[in-house]
Design a binder for this molecule. Structure first.
Ligand SMILES: Cc1cc2nc3c(=O)[nH]c(=O)nc-3n(C[C@H](O)[C@H](O)[C@H](O)COP(=O)(O)OP(=O)(O)OC[C@H]3O[C@@H](n4cnc5c(N)ncnc54)[C@H](O)[C@@H]3O)c2cc1C
Length: 498
């Protein structure tokens, strides 16, 4: 099914969701079960460009949050839901299990308390393991390990594919996505929000769900809700290792501290091992920089778990920004803030959704829809709701027979465009025409993994641009790297320059 590219125009929706991260996209999917007209407004050029794709990508078991908190309840429920939803949405997920590792005799004394906390939160099948058991599971661990809490329900997910899967499922079920549509203002009438002003125009609705991540406080304040609440960005930096470096069988956490869950070691669904994050408050909510100090801190922290890791195998770095809530002047707001506003009618706030927000997202969606139903939203189920969604074909992962079948159906799958990663023209065309269309080079890269190999795109660039131009019916000089303002060619080679 193909969805057109939309321009926001006058029109009234039942529900408008602000922000297409994992939370907004999961809420959109959950609401799409019902006979409602729904739009999602995203300020970036694609879904999942905020913290939802710059994180550790752990489906936490739920052993860590404060018992009784929304974080605890929604994390454990979200963990259960992810293993059901990911196969429905063709999202890569691995239930690898996690070890919270104690180093030395002193840390070992903290394991029973962690276990008890997990038990109170309802985490299934946990065990405290001896030093020998842990080393058998993870031979590369620090030999000073004294034991670990094992939580087999923890797992890893492909974070961008998770958002894309949820968003495409919502789109297949009738939700309209507007990208490059930043909410800049709200229009209220008699204490009720009736419309939002975006960079593409005004859009009216009966309900507005604020799922704007680090910017969710700004949306609240535009609506006149919770002036005392603010979000501070808390940056976490990461190192990614070459696939051939080393892998871990479980997600490895250190013992938690007041600062959080600590610097972990995990192998991603793509097979690269990753270490991080640290935790630094930053003034600028767009500050994704990686720093020398941060990198040293991460290496030291991770080497405490796996001493043999070498920075020489690092191939990439990145940083994500946690949306940490704070009440002025009282201090930190440690839990998720999820509410139907009692001061501004028609507004739903989903704020302070920091970790374990990714793991909790499907449960947050369930919970929010329940709150909205209690507040009067009419939920009339669709008979034809489609629970399943398929990713575009992945030529590289197919057997010879499957490849042959695909090529005989569509010869474009027989033309390799990215030689390092074996990505075909057929995959690029499918991404361009998917329910959430990829309309620039980076969007195709995120969906297919093209250009991520040794040559870093130098072979596939011109071919991919040609395909984008052809499929979108635009000229090569209009093809962009990442949306408006990023054209890849300024003029034809032999064009006269005046
Ligand atoms: C370093 C780090 C590590 C983490 N590790 C984990 C983990 O391992 N497991 C886990 O469960 N959680 C983890 N988290 C937390 C998790 O990533 C978040 O809880 C989750 O992604 C929140 O999703 P979201 O949709 O609320 O926010 P986002 O993904 O940030 O989405 C918000 C969206 O709103 C858009 N937006 C903002 N303002 C506007 C506007 N004015 N108009 C329109 N759109 C707007 C943004 O562009 C963005 O796309 C981690 C977070 C970080 C930063």
């Amino acid at each position: 099914m193909q969805i057109e590219v939309f321009q926001v125009n006058q029109g009234k929706y039942d529900v408008v969701i602000i922000g297409a991260g994992i939370v907004g996209s999961m809420v959109a999917r959950e609401l799409s079960r019902y006979k409602l007209s729904i739009a999602v407004l995203e300020r970036e050029e694609d879904v999942g460009m905020g913290q939802s794709s710059a994180n550790s990508a752990i489906i936490h078991s739920g052993h860590d949050p404060e018992p009784g908190s929304l974080k605890a309840k929604l994390n454990v429920r979200g963990n259960e839901l992810w293993y059901r939803i990911a196969p429905e949405l063709d999202i890569p997920i691995q239930k690898s299990g996690a070890l919270i590792v104690a180093i030395g005799p002193e840390e070992q004394t903290g394991l029973p308390e962690l276990y008890e906390r997990g038990k109170q939160n309802g985490v299934p099948d946990m065990r405290i393991l001896s030093r020998e058991e842990v080393l058998e599971m993870e031979p590369n661990l620090n030999p000073d390990v004294s034991g670990a809490l094992y939580t087999p329900s923890a797992g890893v997910v492909d974070p961008f594919q998770g958002v894309l899967g949820a968003a495409e499922s919502a789109a297949i079920n009738g939700v309209t996505f507007f990208v490059n549509a930043e909410v800049r203002g709200m229009i209220a009438q008699d204490g009720r929000i009736t419309a939002v002003e975006t960079t593409q125009g005004t859009i009216e609705a009966s309900w507005f769900i604020n799922a704007a991540g680090v910017h969710s406080d700004e949306i609240m304040h535009m609506a006149g809700s919770r002036p005392e609440f603010e979000i501070t960005a808390r940056r976490g930096e990461y190192f990614v290792f070459d696939e051939s470096a080393f892998k871990v069988n479980n997600i490895l956490f250190p013992m938690p501290t007041k600062k959080g869950k600590g610097i972990l070691v995990t192998t991603t669904t793509h097979g690269n091992t990753m270490i991080g994050p640290n935790s630094d408050y930053v003034a600028d909510k767009e500050d994704h920089s990686v720093t020398r100090e941060g990198m040293n801190e991460i290496l030291t922290g991770a080497a405490r778990l796996v001493p043999a890791l070498s920075p020489r195998d690092v191939i990439a770095t990145f940083a994500g920004l946690r949306a940490t809530g704070n009440h002025k002047p009282a201090g930190s707001h440690r839990d998720f803030l999820i509410e139907v506003s009692d001061t501004v009618e028609g507004l739903v706030n989903l704020a302070g959704i920091e970790s374990p927000g990714y793991a909790a997202a499907p449960a947050i969606a369930e919970y929010v829809v329940g709150l909205m139903a209690d507040a009067g939203l009419n939920l009339d189920e669709k008979k034809d709701w489609e629970s399943r969604r398929e990713r575009i074909p992945r030529f590289k992962e197919l057997s010879h027979q499957e490849r042959a079948r695909l090529v005989s159906r569509d010869p474009a799958f027989g033309r390799i465009v990215c030689r390092c990663e074996d990505i075909t023209e057929g995959e690029i065309v499918a991404a361009i025409h998917a329910p959430i269309p990829a309309e620039n080079y980076d969007a195709i890269k995120r969906r297919t993994w093209l250009g991520t190999g040794r040559c870093q795109g130098s072979f596939d660039y011109p071919r991919t641009m040609e395909i984008l131009a052809r499929e979108l019916g635009i000229s090569m000089t209009e093809v962009t790297k990442k949306g408006p303002g990023s054209v890849m060619l300024y003029r034809q080679t032999k064009e006269e320059v005046v």
